[in-house]
Design a protein around this ligand. Structure first.
Ligand SMILES: Nc1ncnc2c1ncn2[C@@H]1O[C@H](COP(=O)(O)OP(=O)(O)OP(=O)(O)O)[C@@H](O)[C@H]1O
Ligand SMILES: [Mg+2]
Length: 138
């Protein structure tokens, strides 16, 4: 499992950006890690790498944000506040997974069943002391 240490937020963002540059659309990232572990920071980098130049913010309350204008659309889910299975259907995660967009999902354990389709890349974010994060891509 390739693992990198990111010493500060910008490094985590740059790591996401490097991956983002390789994406074509249709890739799915399940981002696992505690609150504040760097998942959204990584997604900012993914957006950058896809060529999206606008502001990327946490979809804490809307549960999903859409970013257009890069090489592929980016759908960024945050399921932390997901309450019911019905809500998940309203978000249309399944549709997102088939849409050809790049999909990034924070708190994916809340939607594991829908993600078992395969092709999901699991990325784990861990505290590695001071401001460092260990980021592991499956
Ligand atoms: N090495 C690092 N990598 C990423 N973020 C870092 C790092 N060091 C410090 N930080 C800070 O930690 C916070 C990470 O926030 P971020 O929103 O990316 O976390 P998150 O995993 O998405 O949390 P949540 O589950 O609450 O959505 C930011 O305030 C960032 O500046
Ligand atoms: Mg987040």
């Amino acid at each position: 499992m390739p693992s990198v240490i990111c010493a500060e937020a910008r490094e985590t963002e740059r790591f996401g950006e490097r991956i983002g540059r390789t994406l074509q659309g249709g890739e799915v990232f399940a981002l696992e890690g505690d609150l504040g572990s760097g998942k959204t920071t990584f997604v900012k980098g993914l957006a950058r790498g896809l060529g999206f130049s606008g502001t990327v913010t946490s979809p804490t309350f809307n549960l999903v944000h859409r970013y257009e204008g890069g090489r592929a659309r980016l759908l960024h889910f945050d399921l932390y506040r997901l309450q019911t299975a019905g809500e998940l259907e309203t978000l249309d995660l399944d549709g997102a997974l088939e849409s050809g967009a790049v999909v990034a999902i924070e708190w994916p354990e809340r939607a594991r069943a829908a993600l078992l389709a395969g092709r999901t890349r699991w990325v784990r974010f861990e505290d590695a002391g001071s401001a460092r994060r260990r980021v592991t891509v499956e």
